[in-house]
Design a protein around this ligand. Structure first.
Ligand SMILES: Cc1ncc(COP(=O)(O)O)c(C=O)c1O
Length: 391
């Protein structure tokens, strides 16, 4: 297979920025000690760790007590769901029908512990059915966990509106913002949310590190014990280089686009958003290409998702299309990274009630600032060649 040259799989992961690699290298070289040690090496490590944590907090409008550094969003969502409920009498937890498997898994754990897991249905564009808001937040609901930017179909949810409604009812609100953080700088202190998860590799930081933002008194218990680092919320010797890499990546995001007014971020780079809109239009002009998820205003600004049929109207295999796109020099995905390796109906395309024959025909192109306008102009031609080569 030819080495794909145009990387259009940002929702799976993103290339680390040079300054991220440099920051990590510096820590590996100069601050490799255990930050709990009391000697000079340890103090240097502790200082590097504190600096990185402060940088993360500054970028996100949070304070240090509100930040737990984790191994990634998978761990963050588990800590959010399990850690905020550990000492509560089991009640009801609400998640959407289009959550990442990590959230579904954490909710399944709660179910084993006696919690009722309620699925909040979505419409054909992947947006939550807001007519059900009152019903979903009514007792015995204690916790709501919803993604803010769906990885496979790009749909944004009205998280702020739901967060406000949760506040009024004393219901905890967690959002999985893993896909959003590359597109909108958040101001944690202004958000009506109790818990927010993210992963650094989705915003050009390193893989294997993520964050959970929380509020005082929201976490009740950690999900594993040990040395008591991070105020006991996340035991284990801190990964300082990864934390520094995440801090650098967050700080490198272009200036703030406030998200509090309009819930749909314009995208941190308006040029990229324009290119995305144009590419989506170009793909949609083609017969047999149908977009999935919400329209351009209600979806992640860097995200395109479609289902594809051939000239005879027969659904094309998304996996085969991705393979042929790689031959044409485009790195894309047929859905979420976690499920795209397997051949089965997409759970998300099933949840939005897409006709069954199309549920294996998904294609996702997720863009980033490493792509030029000229790169993107070449994609429709490459797409045509790839589709024609699908058997
Ligand atoms: C919405 C969402 N949540 C959670 C995750 C899990 O992130 P990680 O694999 O970094 O733990 C991902 C990764 O694809 C994601 O897209």
């Amino acid at each position: 297979m030819a080495l794909a040259e145009l990387y259009c799989d940002a929702s799976a992961t993103t290339p680390p920025l040079p300054e991220v690699l440099e920051a990590m290298q510096t820590v590996h070289r100069d601050a490799w000690a255990n930050p709990s040690s009391l000697h000079g090496y340890g103090l240097a490590a502790a200082e590097a760790l504190e600096r990185a944590r402060q940088k993360i907090c500054t970028a996100l409008g949070a304070v240090s007590d509100e930040l737990v550094v984790t191994s990634g969003a998978t761990e963050s969502v588990h800590l959010a769901l399990l850690g905020s409920t550990a000492l509560s009498k089991p009640g009801r937890v609400v998640i959407s029908a289009v959550e990442h498997p990590a959230v579904e898994a954490a909710a399944a754990r709660l179910s084993q512990l006696g919690w009722q897991v309620q699925i909040w249905p979505v419409g054909p564009d992947g947006q939550l059915n807001m007519d059900l808001l009152e019903e979903m937040l009514a007792p015995p609901t204690q916790l709501v966990s919803l993604n803010w930017g769906q990885s496979e179909i790009g749909t944004l949810q009205p998280i702020l509106q739901i967060g406000e409604a949760c506040r009024r009812r004393g219901v905890l609100c967690h959002t999985d913002a893993t896909q959003l953080l590359s597109q909108a700088r958040l101001d944690w202190k202004a958000l009506p949310l109790d818990l927010l998860s993210g992963s650094a590799h989705k915003f050009q930081g390193p893989r294997g590190v993520g964050l959970l933002l929380t509020r005082p008194e929201v976490l009740q218990q950690s999900i594993f014990g040990g040395g008591g680092q991070q105020q006991g919320w996340r035991s284990g010797t801190e990964a300082i280089a990864l934390t520094a890499g995440m801090a650098e990546a967050l700080s490198a995001l272009p200036p703030h686009h406030p998200i509090t007014g309009s819930e749909a971020p314009a995208g941190l780079t308006p040029e990229l958003r324009r290119c995305r809109d144009r590419l989506l239009d170009q793909l949609m002009e083609r017969k047999g290409v149908q977009s999935t998820g919400a329209g351009p205003e209600q979806r992640l600004p860097h995200h395109i998702s479609v289902v594809v049929s051939d000239a005879d109207g027969q659904p094309v295999s998304g996996r085969e299309l991705v393979r042929q796109l790689a031959v044409q020099g485009v790195a894309a995905s047929s859905g979420s990274a976690c499920s795209s390796g397997r051949s089965q109906d997409s759970a998300v395309l099933t949840a939005i009630d897409l006709p069954a024959p199309l549920r294996r025909s998904g294609l996702r192109l997720s863009l980033g600032p490493w792509l030029s306008e000229a790169d993107l102009e070449s994609i429709p031609r490459r797409f045509d060649a790839a589709r024609a080569a699908c058997t």
